[in-house]
Design a binder for this molecule. Structure first.
Ligand code: ZN
Length: 315
């Protein structure tokens, strides 16, 4: 009974895992390969760990952590010391972040997570079917204490700065060469509800003129109009059009929500991305974690109690 399991926890903010295992099948965006994936419940303090069940001669476990990220060309790919990898994990990581799943073993029988419809909507449905339950262990978070910024030479920028509670997200994109996208801005406070209602639907996108070059690099082999928004010049090629007029920037926000969860726990802070991608967010996380004065790990129960006491004092 779920109710009985839930009453076991002695924490207000606790770790969570799946109640039941649940599977899906799909094609990887870049490999074009069909993969089966199963989300399994896991013990407290496991974190999010991928298990390549098709690999049996080496360590096949890959924790989904920023310092295991090995490739950020158009996706987030993680690998372990044995060279075993899984790519395009960002959309499902975003869904795990949105649902507050702390612990899960994700079994895959291929090198890339399935793209499904290019958004995180199917993960929302899967997670709701599997159920997410509370575990008797305190939830910890990374509290940002001072601004950390990473920028490149081309005007892309990512930063994290302090906020009192939760995760605020701001994203700006500016595709000057494509009027179909143009400049878009988006802001949201991440909650399970806001994730489900406002971010999960946004699909990945690409440019028709880049497809051949990407395929020559071994990328985008599974991308179709069924799982990607394809832009050509000023036009969106998908016959059904966009799901919202700002679907592009919302998708970039979704990607960042997924990449930030590679810290292994939720963030208390404010994220800002300007024309940035997976590589920038990963560089930002590495810079953040390399500077012990920029963050602290807090237990959410104690932190929220202190915050409430501080607010009462100043009221
Ligand atoms: Zn994406």
């Amino acid at each position: 009974m779920i109710a009985e399991i839930n009453t076991l926890t002695s924490y207000k903010y606790c770790q969570k895992t799946f109640q039941n295992a649940i599977s899906c099948v799909g094609v990887g965006l870049h490999s074009g390969q069909k993969v089966n994936m199963t989300f399994c419940p896991a013990d407290v303090d496991t974190g999010i760990v991928f298990k390549r069940i098709d690999v049996t001669d080496r360590n096949n476990l890959i924790p989904a952590l920023y310092n295991n990220v090995s490739d950020t060309r158009l996706n987030s790919c993680i690998s372990n010391d044995a060279g075993v990898y899984v790519s395009t994990i960002e959309h499902l990581m975003a869904a795990l972040h949105g649902f507050g799943v702390s612990n899960a073993i994700i079994e895959v029988d291929g090198p890339e997570a399935p793209l499904l419809d290019g958004s995180a909507l199917d993960y929302v449905t899967l997670f709701e079917c599997a159920g997410v339950i509370e575990q008797d262990a305190p939830l910890r978070a990374v509290k940002i204490k001072k601004e950390v910024l990473f920028e490149d030479q081309k005007g892309a920028e990512v930063c994290l700065y302090p906020a009192e509670e939760g995760l605020e997200m701001d994203f700006v994109i500016d595709f000057v060469k494509s009027r179909a996208i143009g400049r878009q801005e988006y802001s949201i406070t991440l909650t399970k509800r806001s994730f489900k209602d406002s971010i999960a639907y946004a699909r990945t996108f690409g440019f028709a003129h880049e497809v051949e070059a990407l395929r020559a690099m071994g990328l985008a082999r599974g991308g179709t109009l069924e799982n990607c928004i394809v832009v050509e010049g000023d036009k969106v090629l998908n016959p059904e059009g966009l799901r919202s007029e700002n679907e592009f920037v919302v998708h970039k926000t979704l990607d960042a929500v997924g990449d930030l969860y590679q810290l292994g726990m939720p963030v208390i802070g404010h994220f800002c991305g300007v024309k940035s991608g997976h590589a920038h967010t990963n560089a930002l996380l590495r810079k953040l974690m390399a500077d012990k004065s920029a963050y602290e790990i807090v237990e959410m129960d104690a932190y929220m109690d202190e915050l409430a006491a501080g607010r009462r004092k100043t009221a």
